[in-house]
Design a protein around this ligand. Structure first.
Ligand SMILES: *[C@@H]1O[C@H](CO)[C@@H](O)[C@H](O)[C@H]1NC(C)=O
Ligand SMILES: *[C@@H]1O[C@H](CO)[C@@H](O)[C@H](O)[C@H]1NC(C)=O
Ligand SMILES: *[C@@H]1O[C@H](CO)[C@@H](O)[C@H](O)[C@H]1NC(C)=O
Ligand SMILES: *[C@@H]1O[C@H](CO)[C@@H](O)[C@H](O)[C@H]1NC(C)=O
Length: 396
C-alpha cells in the first residue's frame, strides 16, 4: 500500500490521524516485534505523523489518548485457523509477533485481526458437548477461567467432581474408576506427582436460555507426556498413565475438543532430549490413534517464567539453569521442538491436530501478572481463552 492510498483512506477520519500521532510513541515497540504486517504499520506511522503535525499541531495532548490498534486492523485479514495455516506455510511458525492492549486484557497478532465471536453459537455449531484440558497446575487455572468465560457467555457452571488425593501427590484412583469396581481393582500407582496444586476436576456448564445446552469441562492432571501416575495391571493396555487416560478412561466418550497444555514448567526439569525422544514416540501417536476423526486436538506451548518474580518458596529456582538454560529459554526451546513435531499435522486439514502461538513470546511482557515466577493472575488465563476461542470459532 502506498502513502497516497493511505491518505485517501484516512483523510476524513480524524481519529486515525490521532492514532497516527500516538503510534509514534509505539514506534520502538513495533520495530522490535518485526515480521509480517509491520511494513504497513510503519508506513502508517509515517503518514499519520506527517498529517498529524500539519493538522493538529503541537498543541494536541498525545498523552491523554489510549492506543487502539483496532482502528487500523480492519485492513488486516481475520485471525482464523485458515489464516494461521497460510502463515505457517510461508513462515514455518505461528504469527508470534503480537501486541498487547494498554491494560494487558487483550492481545492480537500484528499480522491479523481478532474478530469477536459468539461463544454460545460457536459451541452449538461445532456440536461441542465435552471439552478436556490436559496439563499441570497452570491448567488447573486455565480450566477455571474457561468456565468463567462460559459464565460470561450465558452459562451456569458448577464443579461436580474433584480428585481427593491422599496424600496430595498420589493420584485419586476412585476418581478415575468412576464406580467401576473391576477397573478399580486393576489400578496401580507407578509414580507420584510433583505437583500438589493440580487435582483433576469436572465442571458442568448449562446454557441459561430455554434450550439448556450442556457443556462438560474436565481438567485431567498430566505432568509430562509418558508417565506412570496410574497404570493398569493384568491388561493389554500398555503401562502408562497416558494410555490409561486415552485408551480406557476417555475410551468411548472421547471429548469433542481437547486442549493439551504441554506442562513445560515440569518438562524443562529433564533434558530436552527426553521430550524429543518421548513426545513423537508416545503421546503424539497415541492421540492420533485414539482420536475420533471429528474430535479436535490442540497441543499448546508453554508460557514464560520470570526470575525476578520468584516467591520466597521458589527462591532456590531463581536464575537456576536447566541443562544450561534459564527457565524461559528452556521452555522456548521445548516450544520450538513441539512445533517442529506438529507442523505437518497442523498443515494437514484432516488431522484436526493444531497448536497455537508460542506462549513464551505472548506472555513475555506479563511479569507484573506473575506472583511466583511461573503462575499468573487469573487475567492471563481468561485472556488466553478470549483470544483462543475468537480464533477457534472463526468460520473458515
Ligand atoms: C482494560 O481496557 C479495556 C478497554 O481498553 C476496558 O474495557 C477494560 O475494562 C479494562 N480492564 C481492566 C481490568 O482495567
Ligand atoms: C469397567 O471396567 C472394565 C475394565 O476393567 C471394562 O471392561 C468394563 O466395560 C467397565 N464397566 C463399565 C460399566 O463401564
Ligand atoms: C488376570 O485376568 C484374568 C482374566 O481377566 C484372570 O483370570 C486372572 O486371574 C488375572 N490375574 C491376576 C494376577 O490378577
Ligand atoms: C514410556 O514410558 C514407559 C513406562 O515407563 C517406558 O517403558 C517407555 O520406555 C517410555 N517410552 C519412551 C519412548 O521413552
Amino acid at each position: 500500500m502506498n502513502s497516497v492510498n493511505l491518505y485517501k483512506n484516512y483523510r476524513d477520519d480524524l481519529e486515525n490521524l490521532v492514532f497516527g500521532v500516538h503510534a509514534l510513541g509505539m514506534k520502538k515497540t513495533m520495530i522490535v516485534f518485526g515480521g509480517e504486517g509491520v511494513k504497513w504499520v510503519l508506513a502508517t506511522v509515517g503518514v499519520g505523523f506527517f498529517l498529524g503535525m500539519i493538522l493538529l499541531g503541537p498543541t494536541y495532548d498525545v498523552t491523554t489518548r489510549k492506543r487502539n490498534p483496532a482502528m487500523l486492523s480492519n485492513q488486516l485479514p481475520d485471525c482464523s485457523n485458515d489464516f494461521f495455516r497460510e502463515f505457517i506455510k510461508k513462515h514455518h511458525r505461528y504469527p508470534n509477533d503480537i501486541q498487547w492492549n494498554a491494560n494487558y486484557t487483550d492481545f492480537s497478532p500484528l499480522s491479523c485481526h481478532i474478530r469477536l465471536q459468539n461463544i454460545k453459537q460457536c459451541l452449538k455449531r461445532k456440536q461441542i458437548q465435552k471439552i478436556a484440558l490436559y496439563g499441570a497446575s497452570q491448567v488447573h487455572r486455565y480450566g477455571l477461567q474457561l468456565a468463567e468465560t462460559f459464565k460470561r457467555a450465558g452459562f451456569d457452571c458448577k464443579k461436580t467432581k474433584e480428585e481427593r488425593r491422599k496424600p496430595i501427590h498420589r493420584i485419586d484412583r476412585d476418581y478415575f474408576a468412576a464406580g467401576n469396581k473391576s477397573l478399580r481393582s486393576k489400578m496401580m500407582i507407578g509414580s507420584e506427582y510433583v505437583c500438589s496444586g493440580c487435582s483433576s476436576y469436572q465442571i458442568v456448564c448449562k446454557s441459561n436460555d430455554f434450550n439448556g445446552d450442556v457443556v462438560h469441562i474436565e481438567f485431567i492432571s498430566t505432568e509430562n507426556v509418558n508417565t506412570t501416575t496410574l497404570i493398569l495391571k493384568n491388561t493389554t493396555v500398555p503401562p502408562t498413565y497416558e494410555h490409561f487416560i486415552f485408551d480406557v478412561y476417555l475410551g468411548k466418550s472421547f471429548p469433542d475438543l481437547n486442549v493439551f497444555f504441554l506442562p513445560m514448567n515440569h518438562i524443562k526439569r529433564h533434558p530436552v532430549e527426553r521430550f524429543v525422544r518421548e513426545f513423537p514416540a508416545t503421546l503424539l501417536p497415541l492421540v492420533k490413534r485414539v482420536k475420533p476423526p471429528k474430535a479436535e486436538f490442540f497441543f499448546i506451548p508453554g508460557t514464560s517464567e520470570f526470575e525476578e518474580s520468584r516467591s520466597a518458596k521458589s527462591r532456590d529456582y531463581k536464575n537456576k539453569l536447566w541443562y544450561g538454560l534459564l527457565a524461559t529459554d528452556a521452555i522456548r526451546k521445548l516450544n520450538s521442538v513441539l512445533f517442529s513435531f506438529l507442523e505437518s499435522d497442523i498443515m494437514n486439514l484432516n488431522s484436526k491436530i493444531s497448536s497455537f502461538l508460542d506462549l513464551t513470546e505472548v506472555t513475555a511482557s506479563l511479569g507484573h501478572l506473575c506472583k511466583d515466577g511461573s503462575h499468573f493472575d487469573n487475567q492471563w488465563y481468561y485472556t488466553f481463552w478470549k483470544v483462543f476461542l475468537n480464533v477457534y470459532c472463526h468460520e473458515d
